[in-house]
Design a protein around this ligand. Structure first.
Ligand SMILES: C[S@@+](CC[C@H](N)C(=O)[O-])C[C@H]1O[C@@H](n2cnc3c(N)ncnc32)[C@H](O)[C@@H]1O
Length: 262
């Protein structure tokens, strides 16, 4: 039996997203096309979007791959996904218990969710549903705090749980993956890493609302949450010298890893 190795974050944070499922589906951007292409093996015919949420990544996979499965534990997130992509094969499940038979897919892609998994149970489960030679792709896509003004904006907000500096945060992601996947008896080969940057046209009002889809913000007491989002919008307006509904380009960075199943 697989040994448990729970997520380093409190379980209530993993279950928080359903509270803002519609906002999540509307506001969170998908990882860049190039990042998705980098993670997918060539000629993949069946892919699992694991922890699919509101279907942000599923929507990108569907036109590229003939068979796409979306597995997600939260009922409210799955409902938004199913409404957005009525033809998608959406299944209730988790990384620790995937509702697919053995060797069912050429790739498992995990977007902004690996840190919620009990990796001791999820890694063998992911290996089980992957065909031999198949690919595990992992991505975190977020506002690019590697850009100076974005970091000044984000770290000046306070109240978001004391975010570490961007380079430290990125290093922690890699460490989390190496600990889970580069073990002596791992079913996966060496991890490869790449980063992709882009910008998204948005407004200060939308950028602030986007912050409201992160678990640490979702779980703040209501008044504190509203105050934080208003502060986020207003400081962004002041920093950029624009109004709340004026368009600007917000930088994003997708950190990606991939590993082949042996
Ligand atoms: C930040 S959202 C990411 C959603 C989607 N992959 C995306 O990129 O927009 C994290 C998702 O992971 C799901 N989740 C939390 N714990 C999970 C687990 N153990 N197994 C699978 N999914 C999980 C949550 O319900 C949530 O929908």
């Amino acid at each position: 039996m697989a040994t448990s190795s729970p997520s380093p974050f409190p379980p209530e944070r993993a279950a928080a997203f359903g509270r803002v499922a519609e906002d999540y589906g509307r506001l969170r951007p998908a990882p860049q096309e190039e990042a998705v292409g980098w993670m997918l093996p060539e000629g993949a015919s069946a892919v699992l979007d694991l922890a699919a949420g509101a279907g942000t990544l599923t929507a990108l996979l569907a036109p590229r791959v003939p068979e796409v499965y979306a597995v997600e534990p939260d009922d409210r997130m799955r409902a938004v996904l199913a409404e957005r992509l009525p033809d998608a094969d959406v299944r209730r499940g988790s990384a620790e218990s995937i509702p697919l038979p053995d060797a069912a897919v050429d790739a498992v892609i995990v977007s902004s969710a690996w840190h919620w998994f009990d990796t001791g149970r999820a890694v063998p489960e992911i290996a089980r549903v992957l065909r031999s030679g198949g690919r595990l792709g992992i991505v975190w896509n977020g506002i690019d705090r590697g850009v100076d003004w974005v970091d000044r904006w984000s770290s000046g907000l306070g109240g978001t749980g004391g975010q570490p500096a961007p380079t430290e945060r990125w290093a922690r992601r890699g460490e989390l993956l190496r600990t889970a996947l580069e073990t002596p008896d791992s079913p996966f080969g060496a991890l490869e890493h790449a980063a992709f940057t882009t910008t998204r046209r948005t407004t200060p009002a939308e950028a602030a609302a986007l912050l409201g889809t992160y678990s640490r913000v979702i779980l703040l007491p209501e008044q504190e949450r509203r105050a934080l989002l208003a502060r986020a919008r207003d400081t962004l307006c002041a920093q950029l010298g624009i109004g709340p509904d004026d368009a600007f380009d917000l930088p994003f960075r997708a950190l990606t890893w991939r590993a082949a199943r042996s």
